[in-house]
Design a protein around this ligand. Structure first.
Ligand code: D8F
Length: 299
């Protein structure tokens, strides 16, 4: 249905918000942290995917550095991996790992399962190609922000199911985890949260056009009841975010299933504060990601 209304709305958002979202808060850009980057192309079951590799400045001796794979947000609709440049720089420098920022394909052009296939295939490739890439594929972590956190949860499910690799940490930052519940039922403590119900409906309609797919665990990990054996998790939620409750509930459910969980609710902030600020909370959350990664990858 190339001319359906949700597709046109999603395209409009892609065009209007793409440029805005590529520019994070200027005080969060971390341009004081030098970035040594290169481009990487990975073949996946859903086409080639371009990634940006961030190298830590000083390798510790001859041991290859561990590796963290990052999935950006943007409602599964906006393809702007550079919106996470500040996070990738900070983590490479502070956690001492190689960071691989993934430019996965987005809806409405490439709906589910394409982004999941690309995200998983890139991660499996990274796990198996450390010698060529110059990282330690056995010490691997995955993580993402908003829509990218949803993809992270899906990658972890597939890795467990296929027994292919074991992330030492999954970072779920401001994750949408339930695409079945009506967005209007997702309350915020503030009058005008960043995410409106209409915007969330457009994201979901574009990413998962067939409503029957929305209850799948790879789309709505919060609806799954088989969380045992998933990787240790850092779950970050924002107090005023409409997605806060599903993030908090997922953290509790992981914990109940025996998964080691670090869960932090940042008070007084809204969805995407790691990109839009306020700067002190954003910096604190990004530092928490880096320090948790360093422990998980070097322990
Ligand atoms: C912020 C986009 C755009 C960050 C203003 C982001 C969401 C992603 C929000 C869903 C997915 C909601 N959702 O936000 O990626 O409901 O599927």
């Amino acid at each position: 249905m190339p001319f359906s209304l949700p597709r046109i709305q999603a395209r409009g958002i892609q065009l209007l918000l793409g440029g805005v979202m590529a520019r994070v808060h200027k005080d969060l850009r971390f341009t004081d942290i030098p970035a040594r980057t290169e481009s990487l192309r990975v073949e996946t079951g859903a086409g080639p995917v371009t990634c940006t590799v961030y190298r830590p400045s000083a390798a510790a001796g001859d041991t290859p550095a561990p590796v963290y794979i990052n999935f950006h947000g943007g409602g599964f609709v906006i393809a702007r991996p550079e919106q996470d440049d500040h996070i990738c720089r900070y983590i490479a420098a502070t956690a001492g790992c190689v960071v691989i920022n993934v430019d996965y394909a987005v809806a409405p052009q490439r709906p589910f399962p394409v982004p999941v296939t690309q995200a998983y295939d890139v991660a499996e490739w990274v796990a198996g190609n450390g010698a060529a890439g110059g990282w330690d594929g056995a010490r691997l972590a995955v993580g993402g922000h908003s829509a990218g956190a949803n993809l992270t949860a899906a990658v972890c499910r597939l890795a467990r199911e296929r027994g292919t690799f074991s992330p030492r940490l999954q970072i779920l930052d401001s994750a949408p985890l339930d695409q079945v519940a009506d967005p209007a039922t997702k309350q915020s403590l503030i009058a005008k949260p960043l995410l409106g119900a209409g915007l969330m409906r457009i994201f979901t309609a574009a990413y998962v056009p067939d409503p029957a797919d929305r209850a799948q665990p790879l789309v709505s990990p919060a609806l799954a009841d088989d969380l045992a054996g998933l990787p240790p998790a850092l779950v970050i939620t924002a107090e005023n975010d409409r997605l806060r409750n599903e993030g908090d509930a997922y953290a509790k459910a992981l914990e109940a299933a025996g998964v080691p969980v670090t869960h932090r609710v940042f008070e007084g902030v809204d969805h995407y504060f790691t990109h839009t600020g306020p700067v002190p909370a954003g910096k604190e959350a990004i530092d928490l990601m880096a320090t948790t990664l360093r422990t998980a990858l070097n322990g």
